[in-house]
Design a protein around this ligand. Structure first.
Ligand SMILES: [Ca+2]
Ligand SMILES: [Ca+2]
Ligand SMILES: [Ca+2]
Length: 144
């Protein structure tokens, strides 16, 4: 699936999809039963990965560019750049979210989330549940 410039909203189907938002700020929305191994090809704009429709907690590393499993058996994603995703919207489950060097806005939503933004001026929003934020620049761990 390719889209042009502008602000787009892309969602994958059950097969292995190529989601390419290109220029503009894009939102990539994936969900549990529309699984597969999808590739998100984008390095322009402030892009959001939204997995809030999934019912299970995920593990994602936004700086990783090889295929990674967000939840075994459900969903794998590959980002074509370490700068593909700026913002992340988590699930109601227990998520583990590692940011990249961009200024990330990471929303853990419900569950017991572990969020580490890495470099950049990051914004963490924990949501309900007890969350653990790792501020790598400050070497500070907050347990809430
Ligand atoms: Ca984009
Ligand atoms: Ca969560
Ligand atoms: Ca960051």
């Amino acid at each position: 699936m390719y889209s042009g410039s502008g602000h787009d909203y892309l969602t994958g189907g059950i097969a292995n999809d190529l989601l390419a938002g290109r220029s503009g700020n894009d939102t990539y929305k994936v969900q549990e039963f529309l699984n597969g191994a999808d590739t998100i090809d984008d390095s322009v704009g402030v892009n959001t990965l939204d997995v809030s429709l999934m019912n299970v907690g995920v593990t994602v590393d936004l700086a990783r560019t090889n295929m990674q499993s967000l939840y075994p058996g459900y969903l794998s994603l590959k980002f074509t750049s370490i700068n593909t995703i700026s913002n992340f919207e988590g699930t109601s489950g227990n998520d583990t979210i590692l940011g990249n060097s961009l200024n990330n806005e990471i929303r853990g939503e419900g569950g017991h989330d572990v969020i580490e933004g890495r470099a950049g001026n990051d914004r963490y929003v924990g949501g309900p549940g007890s969350d653990r934020f790792v501020f790598s620049g400050l070497q500070l761990v907050l347990l809430s």
